[in-house]
Design a protein around this ligand. Structure first.
Ligand code: ATP
Ligand code: MG
Length: 257
């Protein structure tokens, strides 16, 4: 049965999609059957693994709103162990349409229930908001992974998302856990980045991953080629860092039983 990890932070551009795509690819490279779920109407995770959204007949929108079976929507990728449940811009409309649907926070959970047994990991890429789409992802997930950019407002943003997680734990998903905080786009030469990183580690201790994702140009180039970084430049620091993060996640799971 898959471990479902939701990758969320309401702040835009902090590395959610880069983390979702490259962590998913790294788990798949370790021969873990992995499903990447695109819950963002921007569809960046879908294009990030090379899927041409204009050619899709159906997307996650149909699974959420029309109860279409997800098995028929899932597409393969260049990595044998990595599948994608794609998103297109019409997912933006789902946000409004969900409001009138019964059980509106549980729709993604229902969608994944039928396919969860086919995977070792399911990674959900969330939009930059704490909207109903993100709440659906948190309700469906076992845990939340929070990518965090080491900048001045990072701590403030963090308390907002931790509050949302608490609310979801109270009302919708009691067993939801924080998988951890992963520092992204890290530049060790930058004093502020070092300070923020120290502060996060002091406050959140072992909830912060040991792996730090460096700022690496290969990570930002790979999506324009429709490839996870390990298929674009396996020798890059970016690729090494996400392989390391995947290893840390697999190890944690082994330890937690
Ligand atoms: P959004 O909130 O819009 O969904 P996001 O949180 O998913 O954004 P990304 O799309 O992953 O963030 O990253 C934002 C930008 O930063 C992208 O152009 C991406 O290529 C770049 N980027 C992400 N991580 C790194 C990194 N470690 N090094 C260099 N560039 C990066
Ligand atoms: Mg994104």
């Amino acid at each position: 049965m898959a471990r479902i990890i939701c990758i969320a932070n309401q702040k835009g551009g902090v590395g959610k999609t880069t983390t979702a795509v490259n962590l998913a690819a790294s788990l798949a490279a370790a021969e873990k059957k992995t499903l990447l779920v695109d819950m963002d109407p921007q569809g960046n995770a879908s294009s990030g693994v090379g899927v041409d959204k204009s050619l899709l007949r159906e997307s996650i929108y149909d699974a959420l709103i029309n109860d279409t079976d997800a098995t028929g929507i899932i597409v393969g990728t260049d990595l044998p162990c990595l599948d994608l449940l794609p998103a297109t811009p019409d997912l933006a409309g789902a946000e409004l349409e969900l409001i009138t649907i019964a059980d509106r926070e549980h729709k993604l959970k229902q969608v994944l229930a039928g396919i969860q047994h086919s995977y070792d990991y399911i990674l959900i890429d969330c939009p930059p908001s704490l909207s109903l789409l993100t709440v659906n992802a948190m309700t469906a997930a076992h845990c939340v992974l929070i990518p965090l950019q080491c900048e001045f407002y990072a701590m403030e943003g963090l308390s907002q998302i931790l509050n949302t997680i608490k609310l979801v734990q109270k009302g919708l998903n009691r067993s939801l856990r924080v998988e951890g905080i992963v520092l992204t786009m890290y530049d060790g030469r930058n004093n502020l980045a070092r300070q923020v990183s120290d502060e996060i580690r002091t406050h959140f201790g072992s909830q912060t991953f040991g792996t730090v994702i460096p700022r690496n140009v290969r990570l930002s180039e790979a999506p324009s080629h429709g490839k996870p970084v390990l298929l674009y430049d396996i020798a890059s620091r970016g690729a090494a860092s996400y392989l390391e993060l995947a290893r840390e996640i697999m190890e944690r799971e082994g330890r937690d039983g």
